[in-house]
Design a protein around this ligand. Structure first.
Ligand code: NI
Length: 257
């Protein structure tokens, strides 16, 4: 089976003790590629280190909405320069809005979301979108900026089936991970049912969001077989079909062919 993890954080400190062994196990589980996603200043460097070490990896550069407090224009220049100088940087992200906890104020989140959407357009890259408790504002800013021109993925999708349909109509991919296996994830299972397979990509968000029965433990891309099985069950198709289709979708999302 070929598996493509479209969203991982292997630069996270929780892998510092055994990163090579984890990646070995991930390879053995059939994961052919993974994309290491930047979220804060340290992970801009951390992602480049991952690319140097693991030839099957790709990366994204961008600043997560919870991390925009001390951001300035020099960081945008750094992202632009690093993206231009490394063809394995495949997208700008993760960027977006997060109203879930006491993060930076909404105005500065929106400012840096828009700024990084502009940056993606300048660089000609797709976007990886993080949206938590900010469904309508995320959709509105993406629409205002016509981000569908760049294309991208709504990572860890957590909105309604109706909202998923609006994104699909604009050509976005919907990222589905371990949450789909959680007992209380009724809405995400509805989303999974109604979104066409051609618009779904697999993602772990590891080290977070491990699927059942590993919920709460450190996650890794090898666990995507469990996510693929759940999607297969919901859609009434085989897990092999889910893996091969989402693999092709990931290549399309990140323009790897
Ligand atoms: Ni993430």
């Amino acid at each position: 089976m070929n598996i493509f993890d479209t969203h991982a954080h292997y630069d996270d400190a929780s892998y510092d003790g055994d990163r090579d062994q984890v990646i070995e196990a991930v390879r053995a589980a059939g994961v052919k590629h993974f994309v290491n996603i930047s979220a804060d200043l340290a992970s801009l460097k951390g992602t480049l280190n991952i690319l140097d070490k693991y030839p099957e990896s790709y990366g994204t550069l961008g600043i997560h909405p919870s991390e925009v407090r001390d951001l300035d224009e020099s960081v945008m220049e750094e992202i632009a320069e690093k993206t231009r100088n490394n063809d394995r940087i495949v997208a700008i992200g993760e960027i977006g809005l997060d109203y879930w906890d006491e993060g930076p104020d909404k105005e500065s989140q929106a400012f840096w979301f828009r700024r990084q959407l502009d940056l993606a357009r300048e660089l000609g890259k797709p976007v990886v979108i993080h949206s938590r408790d900010a469904v309508q504002d995320t959709y509105d800013i993406l629409s205002e900026k016509h981000a569908e021109d760049m294309g991208g993925v709504i990572h860890c999708f957590s909105a309604s089936a109706e909202m998923a349909k609006l994104y699909v109509k604009k050509g976005y991919f919907i990222g589905i991970g371990g949450v789909v296996t959680f007992k209380n994830a009724k809405t995400l299972r509805e989303v999974t049912e109604c979104v066409p397979l051609e618009n779904i990509v697999l993602e772990t968000d590891c080290p977070y969001l491990a699927p059942v029965p590993f919920r709460g433990k450190r996650n890794h891309s090898g666990n995507l077989t469990l996510v693929a099985e759940k999607i297969a069950e919901i859609k009434g198709i085989s897990a092999e079909k889910v893996c091969s289709a989402t693999y092709e979708n990931a290549l399309k999302l990140y323009r790897l062919k």
